[in-house]
Design a binder for this molecule. Sequence first.
Ligand SMILES: Nc1ncnc2c1ncn2[C@@H]1O[C@H](COP(=O)(O)OP(=O)(O)OP(=O)(O)O)[C@@H](O)[C@H]1O
Ligand SMILES: [Mg+2]
Length: 351
Amino acid sequence: MKKILVIEADFDVRKSITESLVGEGFVVYDAPSTSIGVEMTIAQRPDLIICDLKLPKVNGYEIINHIRNVPDLATIPLILVSSETDRSLIRLGIDLGADDFLSKPFSLEELICAVGARLTKVSQLEHLIIEEQNQALMLTVAEAAEAERQRIANELHDGVCPLLVGGLMQLERVTEMIANQDNPKLRDAMTYLQNVIYNSITETRNIMNNLSPPALSKNNLISALDKLCSSAKEMSDAEFVFVADCVVTDFPTVISATLYRVVQELINNCLKYAKASKCVITLTSFEDEVLLDYVDNGVGFIKNNLPNQPSESGGRGLSNIENRVRVLGGKVKISSEINKGTSTNISIPLK
Ligand SMILES: Nc1ncnc2c1ncn2[C@@H]1O[C@H](COP(=O)(O)OP(=O)(O)OP(=O)(O)O)[C@@H](O)[C@H]1O
Ligand SMILES: [Mg+2]
């Protein structure tokens, strides 16, 4: 339940405000003076303060001043109430940091309306802050995951691969040494072992390349995407065009890696499903944003007909794209029309 503190010198007015708010389901504390009001603000940390402008000895301005200068209390919304008609005095209260002003006498409806508006604004702000914190957290996790992928790729490259290659070379030497022996079983066993090690090297290299695409190792996203499009062109009859129009080229690693994997998936889908004769991929960057646009003129598909859940045979690619981009605070729009082609537009903010 939301807590409201009412600081009002006039007993009858204080009682009437307090009773009205209690009737609306709020927990209400009341204080007849500035000093008690400040004490209660510190002790109860209310969600909202309603404060009379003209209090004995120390007035409402002093309360605003005090509260706005204590970091822990500074964000508590405060509504000033007064029978004062001088606009400059009201203006002063607002300038000092009051959030709203109610002229006495006011109706219960006006009071509840003002309280509701302030509390809604605070919860909207809190919601925004939480969203921003979540976004920052997701980005940190994505950056850490990318760094971890690179670390594992390096470990495989520097640790596992040399061992396997060394083992394969030894095996080839031994195979040569026993080449003259008439022992077919031994020869078969050696060939089998060589194949196992050879396949393990190939598999390890594939894992390494997936974890950390070599084309991205120089952190040059533009040339890496250009290479992806060139090899797609070699694999199909379709024309693949890559266009880069970039103000910024040194993207954070996590953004380069994301866009690279997104383009890999879009090209894979194009080759697998689109039957397109042309596919254009455009990378555009500004100081604060990078845009990736994909368009093909293929057979298209109906988005609503896609299964909600991925299956064992696939169906993960497009939702992975959406998740990867969302983690970076970006937006994705995938549009497709039967026989008119497919387009994907991505924007990612640059910090
Ligand atoms: N460029 C495209 N042209 C035509 N159809 C497409 C295109 N891109 C995606 N699709 C359709 O959308 C579906 C979902 O694509 P998505 O990439 O999510 O899954 P997938 O490619 O089937 O499996 P996965 O990517 O997990 O290997 C595809 O099965 C295909 O029917
Ligand atoms: Mg796919």
